[in-house]
Every structure is written in structure tokens, then in C-alpha cells.
Design a protein around this ligand. Structure first.
Ligand code: ATP
Length: 336
């Protein structure tokens, strides 16, 4: 079966700056593929080449079996696209704007498309009767999502689709993505938020400095296993607290400070959280936060300094464990 997206040795330079470096990527039809990476990793650049907003310096891109530079309107009709920086400034209402898109995109059944648009507007909670320029950033984003989903395209290309959405709406959006996959559509979404990729994607590629530093299925992705923790403990014995938490497996960057009868502990927990929770059970916890890992920190921690030329994580000791995502070299070798 033809891949929904096939990117081979994609290279994009802006002047001297290399935004995307010899990137290979395949997205199988009927799957959700997550592209994650810190700011400036090259996600937007990659997605823009797929919809022919920008053109590669070299390499090739195929979308639904076609070259985006030649596919024209016929190919674009089969796609739904949400750009990273969505600008909606018109006087038209959301409904009028979506009707216009439905007509120009040649939706086979405009009525059904607009019915879907209204259903999605209800689910996401946006008023399509208002001029789009008067909508808040988050509500504009919802209209952007609706225009991408409403004609039920074969392939959805979504660049940071949840930006500006509140958590409840994000959850609804992630459900829409799962439903799209269940209906046989393919979704490629970019994000710098780990959890939304983990909740939806079948496969993931981690991008840093324009290179794929790791890829694989979500279960094997170890990025999410680094959590930042902060606890306030009701005691004055900072030494005892330090001794307790420094003995917990996986705890790194531990900092302990006492103030006004509370000992503040912060650090990162790599791997299972359970030993840390068990250690907390032995003290009187005043406050606790467990944060989603910062993606940039996680990428650097797990894959080393990605600004170096080496992208081959198989050379790194921690990438050799069975739990690690397969590296580019391992995948190439598997395909041979
Ligand atoms: P973010 O999450 O911040 O949107 P990203 O992963 O989408 O980041 P890109 O926007 O693709 O990253 O940018 C990749 C690199 O290319 C960055 O270093 C960026 O500064 C650079 N870049 C992107 N667009 C241009 C441009 N039009 N001209 C010059 N440099 C650019």
C-alpha cells in the first residue's frame, strides 16, 4: 500500500541556515503520526513542504502518492491543513468563511460538509455566527481546525493544532483525531507537548535541529519517562529529606532547601515514578507537583547534545537498551 506521506532526504536551507537536514519519514495510511521537537526543530518547515507552501532545497516529498508541487487543487482537496500560525482576520462570519472554503475546495457534498462543520463547532464550543476577526486566538484556532476536518479529508496535516486551546477543548480535539483514524483517515500532527502525542499517535519522530534523532512507536518512546517533581515537606530536617530522596532510583538533579519549617525538594525522576511516590509516603507532604517533562530538556537528556553533527543515537550508551526507540541506523538496517 502506498504510504500516505513519504519524505526522502528532505533538505531545506534558508540562506546559510539549515532548517531540515536530510530528513526521511514515512507515514502509513490510517495512522496517526506525531512529529515532536523543541522550538526551531524544523517541524513547521517539514509540514509546509508537504502542502507546497515552501519548496525543498533538495530531496523528495510525496503526499498521497503525489508530488505536492504538481498535485494542484485535486491533491489539496484530499488534504486538511492547519498552519502553525493561523491568521483569520476577515469580516466574514465563521460560517460564511467555512461555506466559502467548502465551495472553493470542491467538496463533493457541500451540505454534508457544512453539517459536519456545525457539529464540530458545537463540540469545540465556537460561535460560527461571529465575524472571525472578533474571535479570540483559541476560537480562531477552532475555526482553523474545523476547516481542516469538515470535508473529512484522506490526510490531515496539523501544525501545533492545540495551540491556544484550553485543556477541555484539547481533549475534544484529541478525540476528533482518534475518530479520524478510526474512520480510516491519516493524521500527521506536530507538537512540542509530549502528552498529546502520547495520547494519540501510533508512531512518533523526534526532531531536533532539523534532524530526526529518534523514531518508533509511542510505547517505546522514553521521552515521557523523565518527569520534573517538586514537593514541600513539613519538617526542618533537610539532611534527612536529602538522604531519603537521593536514595530513590531514577532521581537526578536533586535540590533540597529548608525555609520556615518546610523542606522544598525538586528534581527529575527518570523512569518509574513509583519509588518516588513510595518515598513520599514516608514523610508529611505539604504540597506536590509532578510536571510534564520539558521537551527540550528531555531530548537533550536522552539523546545528548543534538546540536552536534551526530544524529545517530545508537552510538550512545543509553540508546542501546531494549526500551529505546529504534534509531535511524537500526531502522535502515532492518529494512535491508
Ligand atoms: P516551532 O515549534 O518554534 O514552530 P519548528 O520546529 O516548527 O519550531 P521551524 O519553524 O521549521 O521549526 O524552523 C526551523 C529553523 O528554520 C529555525 O531555526 C528557524 O529559525 C528557521 N526558519 C524557519 N523559517 C525561516 C525563514 N522563513 N527564514 C529563515 N529561517 C527560517
Amino acid at each position: 500500500m502506498t504510504d500516505a506521506i513519504e519524505i526522502q532526504r528532505l533538505h531545506k536551507r534558508y540562506g546559510h541556515r539549515v532548517a531540515v537536514h536530510e530528513l526521511d519519514l514515512r507515514v502509513r495510511p490510517g495512522t496517526v503520526f506525531g512529529l515532536i521537537g523543541p522550538n526551531g526543530a524544523g517541524k513547521t518547515t517539514t509540514l509546509r513542504t508537504l502542502v507546497d507552501v515552501i519548496r525543498p532545497s533538495s530531496g523528495s516529498v510525496r503526499v498521497l502518492g503525489e508530488d505536492p508541487q504538481r498535485g494542484g487543487a485535486a491533491l489539496r482537496r484530499r488534504l486538511g491543513y492547519v498552519p502553525g500560525e493561523l491568521r483569520l482576520d476577515g469580516r466574514a462570519t465563521g460560517h460564511r468563511m467555512l461555506s466559502f472554503y467548502a465551495q472553493v475546495s470542491g467538496a463533493r457534498d457541500t451540505d454534508a460538509t457544512l453539517r459536519t462543520a456545525r457539529e464540530l463547532a458545537d463540540r469545540l464550543g465556537v460561535d460560527l455566527g461571529r465575524p472571525v476577526r472578533t474571535l479570540s486566538k483559541g476560537n480562531k484556532q477552532k475555526v482553523g481546525l474545523i476547516q481542516a476536518f469538515m470535508h473529512r479529508p484522506e490526510l490531515l496535516i496539523l501544525d501545533e493544532p492545540t495551540s491556544g486551546l484550553d485543556p477541555l477543548v484539547q481533549r475534544e480535539f484529541l478525540q476528533m483525531v482518534r475518530e479520524a483514524r478510526d474512520a480510516g483517515q491519516t493524521v500527521l500532527l506536530s507538537s512540542h507537548v509530549l502528552s498529546e502525542i502520547q495520547q494519540t499517535a501510533d508512531e512518533v519522530a523526534v526532531l531536533a535541529n532539523g534532524r530526526v534523532v529518534a523514531d518508533g512507536d509511542v510505547a517505546s518512546l522514553r521521552l515521557g519517562s523523565v518527569r520534573r517533581v517538586r514537593a514541600s515537606i513539613r519538617t526542618t530536617d533537610a539532611d534527612a529529606v536529602r538522604a531519603t530522596f537521593s536514595a530513590v532510583p531514577g532521581v537526578v538533579d536533586l535540590e533540597v532547601a529548608e525555609a520556615d519549617g518546610i523542606v522544598h525538594v525538586s528534581g527529575s525522576v527518570e523512569g518509574a515514578i513509583d519509588p518516588f511516590v513510595k518515598a513520599l509516603a514516608r514523610v508529611e507532604v505539604h504540597d506536590l507537583t509532578v510536571e510534564e517533562p520539558d521537551l527540550e530538556e528531555s531530548v537533550l537528556r536522552l539523546y545528548g547534545d543534538t546540536s552536534t553533527a551526530s544524529v545517530d543515537t545508537s552510538d550512545r550508551p543509553d540508546a542501546a537498551t531494549p526500551a529505546s526507540p529504534r534509531t535511524r541506523r537500526e531502522r535502515r538496517e532492518e529494512r535491508r
